[in-house]
Design a protein around this ligand. Sequence first.
Ligand SMILES: *[C@@H]1O[C@H](CO)[C@@H](O)[C@H](O)[C@H]1NC(C)=O
Ligand SMILES: *[C@@H]1O[C@H](CO)[C@@H](O)[C@H](O)[C@H]1NC(C)=O
Ligand SMILES: *[C@@H]1O[C@H](CO)[C@@H](O)[C@H](O)[C@H]1NC(C)=O
Ligand SMILES: *[C@@H]1O[C@H](CO)[C@@H](O)[C@H](O)[C@H]1NC(C)=O
Ligand SMILES: *[C@@H]1O[C@H](CO)[C@@H](O)[C@H](O)[C@H]1NC(C)=O
Length: 474
Amino acid sequence: MPPLAFPFFLLLISLSASSSEAGSIGINYGRVANDLPTPAKVVELLKTQGLNRVKLYDTEATVLSAFANSGIKVVVAMPNELLSNAAADKSFTDAWVQANISKYYPATQIEAIAVGNEVLKPSLWATVFVDPNNTTKFLVPAMKNVHASLAKQNLHTAIKVSSPLALSALQSSFPASSGSFKAELVEPVIKPLLEFLRQTGSYLMLNAYPFFAYAANADKISLDYALFKENAGVVDSGNGLKYSNLLDAQIDAVFAAMSALQYDDVGVAVSETGWPSVGDSNEVGASPENAASYNGNLVKRVLSGSGTPLKPNASLDVFLFALFNENQKTGPTSERNYGLFYPSEKKVYDIPLTAEEVNASSSTPSAVQKSQVPVSGGEASTTSSSGQTWCVASGGYSEEKLKDALDYACGEGGADCTPIQPGATCYNPNTLEAHASYAFNSYYQKKARASGTCNFGGAAYVVTQPPSKFLSKV
Ligand SMILES: *[C@@H]1O[C@H](CO)[C@@H](O)[C@H](O)[C@H]1NC(C)=O
Ligand SMILES: *[C@@H]1O[C@H](CO)[C@@H](O)[C@H](O)[C@H]1NC(C)=O
Ligand SMILES: *[C@@H]1O[C@H](CO)[C@@H](O)[C@H](O)[C@H]1NC(C)=O
Ligand SMILES: *[C@@H]1O[C@H](CO)[C@@H](O)[C@H](O)[C@H]1NC(C)=O
Ligand SMILES: *[C@@H]1O[C@H](CO)[C@@H](O)[C@H](O)[C@H]1NC(C)=O
């Protein structure tokens, strides 16, 4: 354990903390699992941890009832599937607000409604934005109707209406000062969304994961920078501001994108951020040590009260992702391992969650401090230098798993999937296996064929013959 590095890092934080109000820490209570404690037990767990803000992904009755009179503030959600109904019909949102909000408020302190989740995220194996269900055009009309229904009950000032955006809504995020939204989203949805947030005194919700950026560019991004550890920092070539961590830079990219549209006055809350404690072999950086560092240092950074370099006076409200490991989530292994707690309520790792604990951990060695060890297994050596290798999809792998892996490769993994879009050069043969092979290989080559980067949870393997042989097979 390095004895000096960590206290020095804390000192830097406390020196910069004096000018603005502290932000707050909340946690996402996802329930895509079949082994979680009862909602009543979850409320007790949050209380014992000193967590007083929680975000849900629906308005489930037993959960909302359990939070009644708990002193815990709750963000609820309207699922994506309801957006078209909510946009079409005020009587639908009237009934929804009545049955799902008014019924529980104010005993349950609902503070905001997330209308939809990552509606603007490119889905399936597209790097370009596609919207097969036309959800995008329903988003802002649905938010307006929910707000109008709240207003009928005079709940519209107490309960904010927003919608979490994924960072992928940005066209450009590096350097942060060049942040801009995807051009095709600006007029149809981003401007109306920001205008709605301004008019209603609400704020933008942002889901931001430095882990994805790091895992896809581990050769370029410093792990210490991603984990809020002491590092040289990154100077923004656009405005000269210096960033000490990647999350600040991601948030400021969104602020810059909003500023470019003249919405400087709208605030941002981080509705999800986290780091997985376990991942597949190609998910570079996933480990309990790194997850503890990321989340523990994030809590310290948020509770210290400083804003981001672009908005130093804006306090940061952050919802960690997530409370529990969720065993029924699909996708790569990391998806099931973001929790701070196991379903047994045992901690996956120990980090401070309150200002008191942060203060205490600054004078005594903490788990975060102990966890300052270099990432293991991440920096893989390249495969045998004898000849070229390629990565292809395993035959006979379940369609669902293959789709998830493809989704990951083309999305967060950053593979170039433009050639397998309809009409593009490598669209044919139009089979899942061929598209997956193309994407896996793109990712693998991009990673310089590092060992572990052709795995995708077992859905891929390395071959020593050119992939055209596989890809042209019908
Ligand atoms: C309450 O919300 C749930 C899910 O969010 C939805 O299925 C249900 O229809 C809503 N109730 C009403 C009356 O709209
Ligand atoms: C479109 O809607 C259908 C039916 O609700 C759903 O199964 C499917 O996953 C949606 N597709 C996308 C890309 O969201
Ligand atoms: C989406 O909108 C387009 C154009 O308005 C329409 O042709 C298409 O049928 C719609 N798709 C769905 C699933 O509603
Ligand atoms: C932050 O607040 C301080 C003190 O109120 C003020 O002097 C400074 O100009 C503010 N900075 C920004 C970027 O708004
Ligand atoms: C943490 O320590 C600071 C500085 O010593 C003090 O001002 C603050 O009140 C403490 N906060 C808590 C919650 O103990």
